[in-house]
Design a protein around this ligand. Structure first.
Ligand SMILES: NC(=O)c1ccc[n+]([C@@H]2O[C@H](COP(=O)([O-])OP(=O)(O)OC[C@H]3O[C@@H](n4cnc5c(N)ncnc54)[C@H](OP(=O)(O)O)[C@@H]3O)[C@@H](O)[C@H]2O)c1
Length: 262
């Protein structure tokens, strides 16, 4: 019998790489994407050796306009028959909006929102037709917050991913296609550095979870068909906490947590 294929964006590090290991251990064929092809090649060699996994690599910068279309074309040139789509690639930026680089903002919105949306749109029809498939979107605990002063655009993009995933799940209910959104809190990956968030109280004070634990929670949640997965007990509380009081309080707390200290 033919193995099922999972596509994972952002598999060259962190949560995406750990997800790739879990899919491979369960016998999926993989299509992995990122810019750093040497890291994807190393992962491919590891998974081939450990599980005999077929790993196809697509090197692409997907923080650009119409990257979702270009990526889907590259995927469907390999196979149009995708069982799982994991929209994991994402970036943050710790910055005051008024001085934030317009280019960084634009690329973040393309990567975190536009590419994720377009790729899902392209992958869904074959899943719906087959009446089987899974979508796993990686949002963030940030998505549950009323806002994130100091990381305004990032928080807004993750609210989009959460809202979009909830709606899509509802649209597809009763079908064989499931939509799961993974909402991690602070996690020990390259994100802290690439988002320049290492000097925020959030990353200084909190004890980040490890990427393996976060990926496993998301993977299991997706396989069980859960709607939302928030790994960690404290994070589960933080996800509901904004509902317990006025938004102004949550915004003030987030402003303090996201303030940069040297
Ligand atoms: N770490 C946290 O604290 C945390 C918390 C909540 C949510 N998340 C979310 O978790 C997801 C995974 O992040 P992570 O923590 O695992 O961080 P990470 O280690 O920095 O991984 C990010 C991945 O996205 C890829 N990527 C970034 N920009 C890209 C681009 N322009 N084109 C193609 N691929 C790109 C990176 O690959 P290349 O650099 O090789 O292209 C990398 O594989 C993200 O959506 C993030 O928002 C993270």
């Amino acid at each position: 019998m033919k193995n099922k294929t999972a596509v994972i964006t952002g598999a060259s590090s962190g949560i995406g790489m750990e997800l790739a290991r879990l899919f491979a251990a369960d016998g999926y064929d993989l299509i992995v994407t990122a810019r750093r092809v040497e890291l994807l090649q190393k992962l491919s060699d590891e998974l081939m050796k450990a599980y005999g996994t077929s790993v196809r690599i697509i090197q692409m910068d997907i923080a650009q306009p119409y990257a979702g279309e270009a990526l889907w074309k590259a995927i469907s040139d390999i196979t149009p028959d995708i069982e799982v789509l994991v929209n994991n690639a994402g970036v943050g930026d710790s910055s005051d909006f008024a001085t934030e680089s317009p280019e960084v903002i634009e690329r973040m919105i393309h990567l975190n929102i536009s590419t994720l949306t377009a790729l899902t749109r392209h992958a869904l029809p074959q899943m719906v037709k087959r009446d089987s498939g899974k979508i796993l979107n990686v949002a963030s605990l940030a998505g549950y917050q009323p806002g994130g002063p100091g990381m305004a655009v990032y928080y807004a993009t993750k609210s989009y991913v959460l809202s979009f995933s909830r709606s899509l799940r509802s649209e597809l209910s009763g079908s064989g296609v499931s939509v799961t959104v993974l909402c991690p809190g602070a996690t020990a990956t390259e994100f802290e550095q690439t988002a320049s968030a290492q000097n925020t109280l959030l990353f200084k004070w909190s004890k980040p979870m490890d990427a393996k634990t976060v990926a496993l929670a998301g993977y299991r949640g997706m396989q069980r068909g859960c709607g939302e997965v928030v790994p960690g007990l404290l994070n589960k509380f933080l996800a509901v906490s904004p509902k317990l009081g006025p938004a102004a309080i949550a915004l003030a707390v987030n402003k303090a947590l996201l303030a940069r200290r040297s």
